[in-house]
Design a binder for this molecule. Structure first.
Ligand code: F6R
Length: 243
């Protein structure tokens, strides 16, 4: 895992530029996308680049990591709503080629089809990830098997608490989600994980100081050959390199 400590502005710039370069140099490209506050700056830069004709998304397809069970596209806290409003509605991507796990289907067959679909589309070229304060990636909570594929998840108390800032009250936060698994994420050809702020410093410290273990889901990334972790100063502040 490569570590880069930069300002948030620099990270948004570098990551969006890498995505734009990939799109401009490929006849077709598959992006793996995340929601949450972390990737918002990157999405803003992608929209700006589209508006200034630096990039076209007509040959881009995307797969999102996760969706809350029970929140459909009309709910402003659903991840479909988030993606449409923060990215897809502002660029020329074919909306029918933007895939997000369904908030409804809950059969084993459905989950398997999501992984199969990613594979049938050629796999994810660049996967963007945030990280939870407990080290989760997508909604893979501590204890999730490193062999997991797309599956249904019961959210941990800490994740419900972290995410309650987006809802009117903590009681409104769904307790279940559908999430790509850790193995699904590892199939991406390139992975970029971004961590901003003090709330992530302990997860980032563990990621660099602990051996890979299932209590720290993000630690699976240690065995991926092409990962960059971008941190701002606050998120990296417990790392020895800062001592
Ligand atoms: C969202 C996702 C989550 C978030 C993580 C960090 O699709 O997969 O793992 O990346 O919870 O969330 P933020 O960015 O809001 O701190």
């Amino acid at each position: 895992m490569e570590l880069k400590v930069l300002t948030q502005e620099e990270i948004n710039e570098v990551v969006s530029n890498e995505i734009i370069e990939l799109i401009n140099n490929s006849s077709k490209c598959v992006l793996g996308l995340a929601t949450g506050s972390t990737p918002l700056g990157v999405y803003k830069k992608l929209v700006e680049a589209y508006q200034t004709n630096e990039v076209s998304f007509e040959n881009v397809e995307s797969f999102n990591l996760d969706e809350y069970v029970g929140l459909d596209s009309t709910n402003n806290q659903s991840y479909r709503y988030f993606m449409d409003h923060n990215l897809f509605n502002h660029i020329n991507i074919d909306i029918n080629k933007t895939y997000i796990p369904s908030d409804k289907e809950t059969s084993e067959n459905y989950y398997k089809r999501y992984d199969d679909k990613i594979e049938n589309h050629g796999g994810i070229d660049i996967q963007i990830l945030g990280i939870g304060s407990n080290g989760h990636i997508a909604f893979n909570e501590p204890g999730t098997s490193f062999d997991s594929l797309t599956h249904i998840v019961s959210l941990k108390e800490s994740t419900i608490k972290d995410n309650s800032r987006f809802f009117n009250s903590i009681d409104e936060v769904p307790t279940r989600a559908i999430s790509m698994g850790l193995k699904s994420i590892m199939n991406a050809k390139r992975i970029i994980l971004i961590a901003f702020g003090k709330n992530k410093q302990e997860a980032i410290r563990c990621l660099f100081e602990e051996e890979a273990n299932e209590n720290l889901p993000a630690s699976i990334l240690k065995s991926h050959p092409n990962v960059t972790i971008y941190c701002d100063k606050e998120a990296s502040s417990l790392l020895k390199i800062n001592a």
